[in-house]
Design a protein around this ligand. Sequence first.
Ligand SMILES: [Zn+2]
Length: 131
Amino acid sequence: MIVRCQLCGNVTNESPSFQTLFQPYVFCLSCRHRYQPVYATEVIPYSNGLIYYHSVFDFEEDDPRANRLLFRYAKRYFVVINETFINNELFLWIDKNAFQTLPEWIFLIYDYDVVVWFSLFHFDFSIYEDL
Ligand SMILES: [Zn+2]
C-alpha cells in the first residue's frame, strides 16, 4: 500500500497492519521513530508550592503542522484531568506562547493548592529562576 506520510510528506510503500489501517493520521517509519512519545513528568517548585509539569515529547518542535498532527498523543492528559479533577486544582495547557509569556501570567497560579501543566513538547522552565 502506497502511503504519504502526513508529517514529512515522504511516500512509502508499507504493508497495512491492523494498527495502521484505522489510524486517522499515517506517519512513515522515520517519523514514528522521531516522534516517540515520552510522557515525562517533572515537579517544579514555585514560591507558593509545586507545579506538576507533564509533557509528551522531550524536545521542542516549531512546525505548526507537526504540532497539530501530533496533538493526538496528548489525549491521555485530558482523560487524566477528567478522572482526577478535585477542587482548587488548576490545569493549564502550555504552548510556546504561554511559555514565552510566563512572567506576565504566572501570578494567576498563586491561589491554587495544586497546579498541573501539560504541553505537547517539552519546555525548559529552568530559564525562569524566580517562579
Ligand atoms: Zn514521515
